[in-house]
Design a protein around this ligand. Sequence first.
Ligand code: NAD
Length: 520
Amino acid sequence: SRHLAAAGVAVADYPKSHEQLSDIVDIHNFIDNQFVPSQAQTWIDLHDPATNNLVTRVPQSTDAELKAAVESAKKAFPKWRATSIMSRQQVIFRLTHLIRQNMDRLATSITLEQGKTFADAKGDVLRGLQVCETACGITTQIPGEVIEVAKDMETRSYREPLGVVAAICPFNFPAMIPLWSVPVATVTGNCLILKPSERDPGATMIIAELCKEAGFPDGVVNVVHGAAKTVDFIIDEPAIKAISFVGGNRAGEYIYTRGSAQGKRVQANLGAKNHAAVLPDCNKNHALNAIAGAAFGAAGQRCMALSTLVMIGETKEWLPELAERAKNLRIDGGFEEGADLGPLISPQSKKRVEDLIQSAEEEGATILLDGRGKTPAKYPNGNWVAPTIITNVKPHMKCYTEEIFGPVLVCLNVDTTEEAISLINSNPYGNGASIFTRSGPTASLFQKELEAGQIGINVPIPVPLPMFSFTGNKKSVAGTGLANFYGKDGIRFYTQWKTVTSLWRAEDALATEKQVAMPT
Ligand code: NAD
């Protein structure tokens, strides 16, 4: 029987193991700097993907709780926006330090709730931490512009916060993606309502605790929980001015359309089908290692997973060597020494991936390496799919048209770089694409012609560091692509320009004349 810990236990510190927990601590809301037990009627059970043991329960936050989070953020906003930028910067400095100190604790929560390996979970935290580190430079990132437009007249622009903003996060990066929003939204003077994925909110709860410790005033960061109902509340609540969404196309396109129709700013990063084109002149060892790592790492549950291989010319002869590397990757519980990839997030997700592999078989592709039915001895009940390679894939096949989001690499053959470019550009997604070659001109052609928003040249996962923005394209983002996460675009997303034109001294000389026509 399940023992629910007494109210007041805010954040579970999980042991670094997949053993069944003796105490199950429910996830709380975080409102007004307090961990508040939820009065929810509906709870979502969260299972360790390696064992399917119960880890915690996540509330579907009640309307009253959601409203309380908004009220807290609204109340905090006037004072927070009036707080000097140096004081806000100091809070982010402290948060940055605390996240680094708590990296193992955060990573433990990620491995237990999400399933990725402990080493990879630390990378998840680090990538979010880097957004915090970059946000510490806000004082040189936020300044506006000024020009003397006429004698004694100047126009200057500056950026003001929007007010209350919200972030809706996916399951696959439980620390990194909340941290795409927390530092940038708050350092620019907004108050944030964060809804982590209902499948792994633990890292967000630790981040909330660290936000409080870093000195955020009450109400600047709030965390609420739930699934579609909470999302609808966020879309419809008039006080929320902007929504940051990262996740799949179905939810993201809905949120973008409905949120924009209500006049909200929405930034939305969506699904992907990232391709690698491999040329015979590349460094073969580097390319094969990079592709195996980027296709199967995190069990392929990355929006920038390299899920599609386009083999140019004779590189198709390298497939056995690639399969050998893939076969040697170890699926195991994420805390196990030497584990290369963990399980999929849920039994449903495992079934979906297996069904897609089967559909490829039925449509005439070849399963060169079959990861179905493989299970590490110690974890018979996990959601396992081992690295899988599907060859002889054609663009009409379901395994090519759908984002698989599992450790599955689909492979296509072409004869030339031009054909590879045209194939990749025909794909509706445009998150990332990579080329492996030693030829500068070929890489340059690829870089110029490719429509994906992030290009790697001998780099398998070209996600830029946060001094740049995450720049997906086409169906991998909703809307105009002007609202990218972090970097300059991130600051632009969370602020609005105000321009002030002023006239000093000369107003005395002009005081006697009235002017009704526009000045010419
Ligand atoms: P998801 O869309 O299922 O969930 C994301 C969020 O939306 C969650 O908070 C969830 O509660 C909410 N949600 C889900 N269904 C909803 C609905 N019908 N109505 C309203 N809200 C809903 O995505 P996921 O499975 O958690 O994450 C995986 C997806 O995210 C993949 O498609 C991946 O490519 C994408 N992703 C993209 C990026 C990027 O930067 N482009 C980064 C990470 C993940």
